[in-house]
Design a protein around this ligand. Structure first.
Ligand SMILES: [Fe+2]
Ligand SMILES: [Fe+2]
Length: 129
């Protein structure tokens, strides 16, 4: 039981820290679009959010690997699917159109929110089980 709690705590600590940062950056992007701060700033916010998310996926996968979680492969596949969408959106952002930033905002409010809240929490039941 002690062992399970320690394994849980390591992954949860990474998630708590990174997810909070991702949500903070998501709010910054949302506000910059709503407040109309200009495309330059919106692009910077968008790129920062994408970079932080990609770095988080790597940290999370590394932690899951270190804890030898059986669900790692399935989770990597989920990340790969999310990365594909982020890459598509990055291409739209290169065109410096507001459409790419709007798409990114909607992606984080929908699909990514579900991932961070639900799909990322699945490891807890595996460790306890
Ligand atoms: Fe995560
Ligand atoms: Fe994840």
């Amino acid at each position: 039981m002690q062992f399970s709690r320690a394994r849980n705590a390591r992954i949860r600590a990474i998630q708590d820290r990174d997810h909070a940062e991702i949500r903070r950056m998501q709010r910054v992007l949302h506000d910059s679009i709503i407040e109309g701060v200009g495309m330059e700033k919106i692009i910077v916010c968008s790129k920062q959010l994408i970079e932080a998310t990609l770095a988080h996926f790597e940290s999370e996968e590394r932690a899951m690997d270190e804890e030898s979680l059986g669900s790692l492969n399935a989770h990597q596949e989920l990340h790969a699917e999310l990365i594909e969408t982020l890459e598509d959106i990055s291409k739209d952002l290169e065109k410096r159109s507001i459409g790419g930033a709007m798409q990114l905002m909607r992606f984080f409010e929908g699909r990514m929110a579900h991932h961070l809240k639900i799909e990322d929490a699945i490891f807890e039941s595996e460790i306890q089980g």
